[in-house]
Design a protein around this ligand. Structure first.
Ligand SMILES: Cc1cc2nc3c(=O)[nH]c(=O)nc-3n(C[C@H](O)[C@H](O)[C@H](O)COP(=O)(O)OP(=O)(O)OC[C@H]3O[C@@H](n4cnc5c(N)ncnc54)[C@H](O)[C@@H]3O)c2cc1C
Length: 528
């Protein structure tokens, strides 16, 4: 028996998306021994492809999902306080026009059609105001400003959109760098004793005398390893069903519904820092969001994604749908040539039998199976916003199997780099710029927003940019790349340019190839 087989950990987590790392961090902080395996890079799948909002989900109110919305609304500020570097408040502008028509099939629209047939599918202003009133008051709002009505005529918010929109409602939600959220949770889990394995696929798991025996394969070296654990968590995201049926070979009727969502990115479409919430004639909504300083992010779509083995990508139809949707609002006519990047992700929704992809529940469902002795917890659905609560609820489900398990602890505990008050962000960015005058204002902002108080661990005593080593372009220094490889599990250039940050929007193909070479050489040298 190998050393790895000797050790029996409390929990083995399959999947390094937000739900897997959130559960691993929570469990490790309760003193449990935890191993997590991710078959690719952390946040490689859905958790780097979201719209990146900590939000209650205004539109879910039309589905009467009050519990989900309330939990998420309360969570926004809890999370903002714990990570004021990688998340920040945003204002959303919802333009309104009385003749806007919708063909929506929500419980609310069906009620309206029954009791107010003369509205003919229109979403009346009072309904939007009622929704926003609930949004403001359902729970937990201390930092974020409330809703207000906005006259668009002659205003900065009205400038980029068509004149027929004279009125808008403005409300609050938050932005989060989703993939950084995943990495920081993994780092904090590791700091609390968890073992985090990236590029490590779980190939099988079986119960043996009340213990899980898990086989993994290192995707780079091909090396296989056995692990043993008292409990298993299946946080495989879109693969949750595949893990359940093929990797664990369990019989279950639980199903996952794969719903693809795509985003397009254009050069910055307007100057102010607020987002737009656009309503479409099909009853759906999309956002247009200031993105990575120089860009605008537009999304998302809802499309059934039948083939799990097919990497999700934004189809031409989805791109055109988003362009047409936005063109109904913006004065500027956008075309395919304006799109500089697209990305897509698959929502692993619990299959609740809903008729349409848009209507399928966004709530999470946790299922424990202990028929063979040792428990396995399957995670279906969820949102980035509710990952911390999902982790707490997951641990609550495992309490019966761990005598004396410690209680909830994560609310109010900052993630790495987030140990400062929300209100101090601007002052801290200004101080960083003072301490390192060679940084451009954009770089100072990017670095602080990525690393928070840990940024000085990367920049050290540098007095000029050359002190940070090689410059890979767009302000990416050798010192930062080393930090990402040594401290943030990055193994390839794409991990750095699309998940630890979004410098891929600025780097050329040659610069990316040079970064990849440099990383592989460094990896080989350290392995030698
Ligand atoms: C288009 C879109 C927009 C969204 N916008 C928002 C938003 O604005 N706000 C919000 O709160 N939520 C949003 N969400 C929802 C949110 O992104 C997801 O609910 C969340 O990321 C799911 O995380 P996860 O950990 O369950 O799955 P994933 O992030 O997909 O992680 C699962 C991981 O498991 C790994 N894995 C699978 N099988 C194995 C195996 N055998 N061995 C090892 N590893 C394995 C995979 O590689 C993967 O990395 C959005 C989702 C989409 C698709």
């Amino acid at each position: 028996m190998s050393a790895a087989q000797d050790k029996i950990s409390d929990l083995f987590v399959i999947g390094g998306g937000i739900n897997g790392v959130g559960i691993a961090r929570d469990a490790a902080g309760r003193g449990m021994s935890v191993t997590l395996a991710e078959m690719n890079d952390l946040a490689w799948a859905t958790s780097s492809a979201s719209t990146k909002l900590f939000h209650g989900g205004l539109r879910y109110l039309e589905f009467f999902k009050v519990r989900l919305v309330r939990e998420a609304l309360i969570e926004r500020e809890t999370l903002l306080r714990a990570m004021p570097h990688i998340s920040w408040p945003m204002r959303f502008v919802l333009p309104y026009h009385k003749d806007m028509r919708f063909d929506s099939d929500t419980p609310t629209s069906r009620l309206l059609t029954t009791f107010m047939p003369w509205m003919k599918g229109r979403r009346p202003a009072w309904l939007i105001r009622l929704g926003l009133f609930m949004y403001d008051h359902l729970g937990g709002r201390e930092i974020l400003p409330g809703t207000k009505t906005l006259s668009l005529k002659g205003s900065a918010e009205g400038a980029p959109i068509e004149d027929r929109f004279e009125l808008a409602y403005e409300y609050s939600d938050c932005w989060v760098q989703d993939a950084r959220l995943v990495v920081l949770n993994a780092r904090d889990a590791e700091a609390r004793g968890a073992e985090i394995l990236v590029q490590t696929k779980v190939t099988s798991a079986r119960r043996d005398e009340g213990i899980w025996v898990i086989e993994t394969t290192d995707q780079r070296s091909g090396e296989t390893r056995s692990h043993r654990a008292r409990a298993l968590v299946n946080a495989g995201g879109p693969w949750v069903g595949q893990v359940l049926q093929e990797t664990l070979r369990l019989n279950s009727r639980e199903g996952v519904r794969l719903v693809r969502g795509s985003h397009i990115v254009t050069k910055k479409l307007y100057e102010h820092d607020k987002c737009y919430f656009f309503q479409g004639e099909d009853g759906r909504i999309i956002f247009a969001i200031p993105y990575e300083q120089d860009f605008t992010l537009i999304g998302t779509t809802d499309a059934e994604h039948a083939e799990l083995s097919e990497k999700p990508r934004c189809t031409d139809d989805e791109r055109d749908y988003l362009l047409n949707f936005a063109n109904n609002y913006f004065t500027r006519d956008l075309s395919a040539e304006d799109v500089v990047w697209t990305y897509s992700g698959v929502r692993p929704l619990y299959d609740d039998g809903a008729s349409s992809a848009t209507a399928a529940t966004r709530d999470y469902v946790l299922k424990v199976d202990d028929t063979g002795g040792a428990p396995v917890l399957h995670v279906f659905g969820g949102k980035i916003t509710t990952y911390r609560r999902l982790a707490e609820n997951s641990l609550a489900k495992l309490v019966p199997y761990f005598d004396g398990m410690e209680g909830d602890w994560t609310a109010g505990v900052p993630l790495p780099g987030g140990d400062f008050p929300v209100a101090e962000v601007d002052a801290r960015i200004a101080k960083l710029q003072d301490s390192y005058p060679f940084l451009t204002p954009k770089s100072a902002q990017r670095l602080f927003r990525a690393y928070g108080t840990e940024v000085t661990d990367i920049l050290g005593n540098a007095r000029k940019s050359e002190d940070l080593g090689r410059d890979f372009g767009a302000g990416l220094s050798e010192a930062e790349v080393i930090w990402l490889m040594e401290r943030e599990y990055a193994t390839r250039a794409e991990d750095i340019i699309w998940r630890r940050g979004k410098l891929g929007l600025h780097l050329s193909a040659d610069q990316v190839a040079a970064l990849e070479d440099w990383m592989q050489n460094r990896h080989a040298a350290s392995a030698a």
